[in-house]
Structures are given as structure tokens and as C-alpha cells.
Design a protein around this ligand. Structure first.
Ligand code: FES
Length: 267
């Protein structure tokens, strides 16, 4: 029997598509949302001021390895800091959470479309003629995501410590007392949202799931795999709410520190 010849696929020109929906809306929203975050995060990281208020520490500056606040682990600005670069504690540590987010499987798909139009959306013509993909350089570097994951988990513990410390207010004599401020709840919500995002990571799911191409037979690993999978189903949602959460937490601490907002004490 003669086989039917396969149709010859023609490469679409840039933006050409048979789609009739508003395919441009999603990349536009990603461009605006992620772009706003990138601009704000860079601005906030270079400020080097107004990142603490009482027991609160902005997540952009945590852990504060060196700095002038009482949260600093190893004291003030180190002598080795280059004189041409304005000192900010955030610049020492932000590479880790930034690297984790920028190499996230979800964000990659989103910002390739929104920022590089590669392609602008599924089944829409792209500006390039040849597909390079992530199995070649330079995008092969995205495989580093699994290593950033270890740092992200470490950061979760440190942010959880910051959230717990946010319930501990010093009185006039320097004695710590338990209390609850709106900021305590903001820092707690931030670490919950970041946990929902990090623990649903594709790489973590693979890591706890077992061996290559085979789900672990260990009941503990299987439970962990199912937990990761449940969060992973909504990974995009967790990615966005945690992004907004971390930005809002910095805004909250910053505006309280500047005296623009008042931190209401609930207890
Ligand atoms: Fe998104 Fe790992 S895949 S955080």
C-alpha cells in the first residue's frame, strides 16, 4: 500500500500564527510583571539602607553577612569590598535566590517568550530561523538550576529563622519579649509562599522521587514525591505569589524603616 506523503512544514514568519485567541496577552503580562520585579529588586539591592526595622529584616538582605544592622553575622563592611562598588549587604547574597529563579523551568518558558520572543507564544512564528535550544551553549548553563536548589533550601531555613525572630521585640532595656506586629505576619507569609514555590521545584521532585526514570520504592521518598508533585501542579501560581510576596515584604520593611508606614502591634 502506498504511504501518504507527509506535508511539508513551512517556517512561519515572525508573529505569524493561526491562533485566534489573545496569545500576546500572557507574554505581555509576564514582561510587565517580571520586568517590574527586576527593576525594583535591582534598585532595592543597591540601596544598602532601610532594610531592617526592629526585629524585621528584608528578605532581599537575608542573611546579612556583613552590614551595619544588628542582624549582621560578621560585622560591618569588610575591608576587601571593592572601593568602586557602593556597599550593600544584598549584593553579597542575592546571586543565589536570583539564580534559582532565573533558571527555574517555569520562568525560563515564560521569559523566553516575554523577553526574547523565542517564540512569542506557542504556535506563533519567531524571529530566529534556527532553533538552538537548551542542549547547547549558552543556554546549557540553565542546568545549573539543580545546584541553585540547594542554596534555595538553605535560604528557606534562614528566612524561617528571620520570620521566627520577627515575633521577638526588644524593650527599652534591650530585653526580648514575644509580640506580634503586622510585619511579623508579613515575614511569616513570605516564607510560606517561598516554601510553596521552592518545595514544588521540578528538580526537587526529581531528587526526592527516586532513581533515574524510576520512582523510588521507599515509602518516605514516595510521600515526598507526592508532596512535591502536589505543589508542582501549581508551580506557576506559587512562582508569582512568592515573587509578589518577597517584593512586598521588602517594601513593608523599607517603608516602616523610613517612617512612611507604621507597624501596627497586634500583641
Ligand atoms: Fe521552578 Fe525549580 S523548576 S523552582
Amino acid at each position: 500500500m502506498a504511504s501518504t506523503p507527509l506535508p511539508v512544514l513551512r517556517q512561519r514568519s515572525f508573529g505569524e500564527t493561526a491562533r485566534r485567541d489573545r496569545w500576546w496577552l500572557q507574554p505581555l503580562l509576564v514582561f510587565l510583571g517580571f520586568g517590574t520585579f527586576l527593576v525594583y529588586a535591582n534598585w532595592a539591592a543597591f540601596q544598602g539602607a532601610h532594610y531592617t526595622y526592629g526585629p524585621y529584616l528584608s528578605p532581599f538582605y537575608s542573611p546579612e553577612l556583613f552590614g551595619n544592622s544588628p542582624h549582621a553575622w560578621f560585622g560591618p563592611q569588610p575591608a576587601w569590598w571593592p572601593s568602586w562598588l557602593p556597599f550593600s549587604p544584598a549584593l553579597i547574597i542575592l546571586w543565589a535566590p536570583a539564580g534559582f529563579r532565573l533558571t527555574c523551568y517555569y520562568y525560563r518558558g515564560a521569559y523566553y517568550k516575554a523577553f526574547w520572543a523565542d517564540p512569542p507564544n506557542c504556535a506563533v512564528g519567531e524571529p530566529r530561523k534556527h532553533y538552538i535550544g537548551e542542549s547547547n551553549w549558552p543556554l546549557r548553563i540553565q542546568n545549573i538550576h539543580r545546584y541553585f536548589l540547594y542554596f534555595a533550601i538553605l535560604f528557606l531555613f534562614m528566612l524561617a529563622y528571620d520570620a521566627a525572630s520577627a515575633f521577638w521585640f526588644k524593650d527599652a532595656n534591650g530585653k526580648g519579649n514575644f509580640g506580634i506586629g503586622v510585619g511579623s505576619l508579613v515575614l511569616t507569609a513570605n516564607v510560606i509562599l517561598l516554601s510553596g514555590y521552592t518545595l514544588g521545584c521540578h528538580s526537587l521532585r526529581h531528587l526526592v522521587g527516586g532513581r533515574r526514570d524510576c520512582i523510588s520504592t521507599s515509602p518516605l521518598c514516595h510521600k515526598a514525591y507526592k508532596g512535591c508533585s502536589a505543589l508542582n501542579k501549581r508551580h506557576m501560581l506559587w512562582a508569582w505569589v512568592s515573587l509578589v510576596g518577597v517584593m512586598f515584604t521588602d517594601v513593608y520593611v523599607r517603608l516602616c524603616s523610613m517612617g512612611v508606614w507604621t507597624d501596627v502591634r497586634i500583641l
